[in-house]
Design a protein around this ligand. Structure first.
Ligand SMILES: *Cc1c(COP(=O)(O)O)cnc(C)c1O
Length: 410
């Protein structure tokens, strides 16, 4: 999106504000789809937790995406957005059997990641097919090293417990229709990911009723200059050939599934905030914006570096700033960053603000969460109103506690 467009939207809707460029979501979706064009059945299930605004979900549904969900609430949002239940996969971690049963009743694909629930679910519902989340214990290193890691991870069922899984399946007569992995780490090295995929293929051979193999996510997008980006096209070529080979040996065309969040929506998002104060100390120039980690916590939580542009003064002389928020706690977005000269009242644009930004926002300091705008066909659509004072009080109950009178016995 052009700076002038972003600035106009900030003027129209106020700050702080999230803007998502639907065209970018569409082009990322098509890029991934295209990388696997030689696989007959490909399913891209967008990971709702990255950005779960219902209008964004509706847009992804129109693109032909499925949905990856981690809570029953995300499932319900997906259904409301128009996803068919069979296009939703539910991959929870550590939730109750009751919630899983409720989701299964909605017709959604269940993905189970521990032996205890697998056994309980299989005993009660042998007719409902389930997918199993495997932990391949493979972790990508900085180069071609393949390290065995995540042995302590709370996610997935360890590949070392396959015999136990098979015993449960045999005893309960349940049907396993999918095998899944999501290591949660970035795909920095395609060969490491392919190595993990081989483990998944090996695991898959144990199950005769499979319909799909789900390779999770981990697609990396660049956040700052010099960042590595997963080479989707090369990745597509390599995995396609291995997948086709597997299907041939398995004797059936399976569906290849992915569940990207970040890859689809990160770069589509911009977070716009206004500079309230430029504060010069003896060592630093602070630009203080009308926001904080209540609206964008990734820099503080993960140390992520979001590029920051001064869209009010894009040609100004570059100077060094520390960009901080208004929260009464340290909330540093950027340390000593080179940015075009900032004046009070300028609008700063944070890039890569589509994934895990609004969805992780809060009301800390009793501030309102920002509004959200979806940009499509040269039009800004408001998709979430800015909160108001009533929203802060919603669900609160004002109780007058009477002070107990102390009776003094004589
Ligand atoms: C969060 C999550 C994803 C999405 O991960 P990204 O890094 O955003 O692509 C996919 N699958 C599962 C099970 C997840 O929990």
């Amino acid at each position: 999106m052009k700076h002038s467009e972003l600035l106009k939207i900030a003027n129209d809707f106020g700050s702080p504000l999230y803007i998502y460029d639907a065209h970018k979501i569409e082009s990322q979706f098509n890029r991934l789809k295209n990388a696997f064009k030689n696989v007959k059945n490909v399913k891209i299930n967008y990971a709702a937790k990255a950005l779960s605004n219902i209008s964004v979900l509706k847009f992804l549904n129109t693109l032909g995406s499925g949905l990856d969900t981690v809570s029953i609430q995300e499932v319900k949002l997906g259904l409301l957005a128009g996803f068919k239940p069979e296009h939703i996969i539910y991959t929870p971690n550590g939730v109750s059997l009751e919630e899983i049963e409720e989701v299964a009743k909605l017709g959604v694909q269940i993905n189970i990641d521990n032996l205890s629930i697998l056994e309980q679910f299989g005993n009660k519902h042998p007719d409902i097919p389930v997918c199993i989340r495997i932990n391949p214990h493979v972790m990508a290193g900085g180069n071609t090293n393949i390290s065995v890691g995540h042995i302590d991870s709370k996610f997935g069922i360890s590949i070392h417990q396959i015999p136990h899984i098979l015993r449960i399946v045999e005893n309960t007569k349940m049907r396993i229709n999918g095998i899944h992995m999501h290591t949660g780490s970035d795909i920095l090295d395609i060969d490491v990911f392919i190595y993990a995929s081989e483990i998944l293929f090996e695991t898959a051979k144990n199950f005769t009723d499979l319909e799909f193999i789900d390779f999770g996510s981990g697609f990396k997008v660049p956040y700052k200059e010099g960042d590595i980006e997963t080479n989707i096209e090369e990745f597509g070529k390599k995995l396609t050939s291995r997948f086709q080979e597997f299907c041939k040996n398995y004797g059936r065309e399976l569906t290849l599934a992915f569940e990207p969040g970040k890859f689809l929506v990160s770069e589509a998002g911009f977070f716009l905030a206004k500079v309230n104060v430029v504060k010069q100390t003896t060592s630093t120039v602070f630009a203080q914006i009308d926001s904080g980690f209540n609206h964008l916590i990734r820099p503080m939580l993960y140390g992520s570096q979001h590029e920051i542009l001064n869209i009010s003064n894009p040609n100004g002389r570059e100077r060094f700033y520390s960009v901080v928020g208004y929260i009464c706690e340290t909330d540093t977005f950027a340390n000593n960053r080179r940015i075009n000269e900032i004046n009070e009242g300028d609008i700063l644009a944070f890039k890569n603000a589509g994934a895990y930004c609004f969805t992780m926002s809060s009301n800390y300091n009793s501030r309102y969460r920002p509004a959200e705008v979806l940009w499509y066909n040269n039009k800004a659509h408001l998709i979430r109103k800015r909160e108001t004072f009533d929203d802060l009080l919603n669900n609160q109950i004002a109780v007058d506690i009477e002070k107990k009178k102390t009776v003094v016995k004589k």
